[in-house]
Design a protein around this ligand. Structure first.
Ligand code: IMP
Length: 182
């Protein structure tokens, strides 16, 4: 029987899925979506969180899948919010982040894509350096309106080629190279 999808993206975040689908389409991989909130352990390590999430996802779905864990790390805040990015976005949001920053606005976005099937559990990570804007610029999800990648004057929310340079794109590119040759 012809399979509709090669593998599934398990997440509660539809924005992430839409971006991941476009990116993997461009590498010839068809990505389905399973909307599900996954168990997230408290840890200072994104990788540890990602591995636990992927195992939880596979135990629920029993299909080859990827999950993604991200964080935004702000240098002048010693890497905060990092693994706590989701909680910080929900509590103080972009306005709260802008209020915490002064001169040094450099930051990075990190993405960890973790693949899991019956036999394999493997992570692929990537980072994108940039800075935090002085104001909210453009309309977009999450930290998109405040993150300016290096070599750009626009935030992710204002760029029309985010999916060709983002932390997600870079991690998924690494994953695709491995997946297509495994
Ligand atoms: P988590 O991996 O779902 O815990 O996401 C961490 C946090 O980073 C969430 O608040 C997301 O909204 C945010 N985030 C992750 N990737 C992006 C992105 O590409 N743009 C904007 N915000 C993002």
């Amino acid at each position: 029987m012809h399979k509709l999808f090669d593998l599934f993206f398990v997440s509660s975040n539809n924005h992430k899925y839409q971006e991941a689908k476009k990116i993997l389409d461009s590498f010839g991989i068809r990505l389905g979506f399973i909307k599900s909130s996954l168990e997230e352990i408290q840890s200072n390590s994104l990788k540890e969180i990602a591995l636990c999430k992927a195992k939880d996802a596979f135990s629920k779905c029993k299909k080859p899948l990827i999950i993604e864990d991200d964080g935004i790390f702000i240098n002048s805040l010693n890497g905060f919010p990092g693994p706590y990015s989701s909680y910080v976005f929900k509590t103080i949001g972009n306005k709260g982040i802008l209020n915490l920053l002064k001169q040094n606005r450099t930051a990075k976005f990190v993405s960890i894509i973790t693949y899991c099937d019956k036999k394999i559990l493997q992570s692929f990570d990537a980072k994108l350096d940039g800075s935090i804007s002085k104001n909210i610029q453009g309309k977009g999800w999450g930290y998109d309106p405040v993150f300016i990648p290096n070599n750009s004057k626009k935030t992710f929310a204002e760029l029309n080629n985010k999916n060709e340079l983002s932390h997600r794109y870079k991690a998924l590119k690494k994953f695709s190279k491995w997946y297509l040759h495994k």
